[in-house]
Design a protein around this ligand. Sequence first.
Ligand code: ADP
Ligand code: MG
Length: 221
Amino acid sequence: MGRIDLIEITDLRKTYYMGKVEVPALRGIDIRVEQGEFIALMGPSGSGKSTLLNMIGLLDTPTSGGIVIDGIEVSSLDHNQRADFRLRKLGFVFQFFSLLMELNAIENVALPIMMDERKNDRAALLLELVGIGDRADHFPNELSGGQQQRVAIARALANEPAILLADEPTANLDTESSNQIVALFRELNEKGQTILMVTHEPELGEKADRIIRIKDGRVVV
Ligand SMILES: Nc1ncnc2c1ncn2[C@@H]1O[C@H](COP(=O)(O)OP(=O)(O)O)[C@@H](O)[C@H]1O
Ligand SMILES: [Mg+2]
């Protein structure tokens, strides 16, 4: 059996409007991502990386063009179906970890796992998987930046997402922690996780299977 295209993006365009001023953020993007790939999305600031990731993450809607994820044309989904799709198929990691400060590590990870009586067991396994099983009871302010990002990654994996989306996940980390986070992505990818990671650190991008470069809202070929 051949490999499956997990993401198929066709002539994707996004124009923002600032009052009457048009800001063309994506100007016709075509991308295919196979299941099991680890992709680094790179490009200068303002080139459209976050816009693209937000479209794939169903956090924003395109002006035109197609996005098929796991066989589903996501632009045909209504509001509730989009929320459902996001919850079931996608995991998000952001620059600013986005943990709830009142919850400890294991509670943050368990948060998105619904309808599962054994959710703390699963959250504990996820913390082990990301290498901080011994920090389950720690609150975010008792963890380093790198450890907080590991909690955020464990949380993103809680629903066994088809795709892990990460927007500059190492932008607030020192070099050593950044390398460790990308090494963790590599490990997760070797277990089969499809990953799309935005970064503008060339050394980190090189750790991916493939680099897709974006400039001025287009893929650089
Ligand atoms: N919500 C928005 N409203 C208006 N313009 C936006 C909005 N989001 C992004 N942009 C513009 O779209 C372009 C691409 O932005 P972005 O995708 O955030 O770039 P990157 O993540 O590569 O730095 C930039 O010119 C940015 O100013
Ligand atoms: Mg960005």
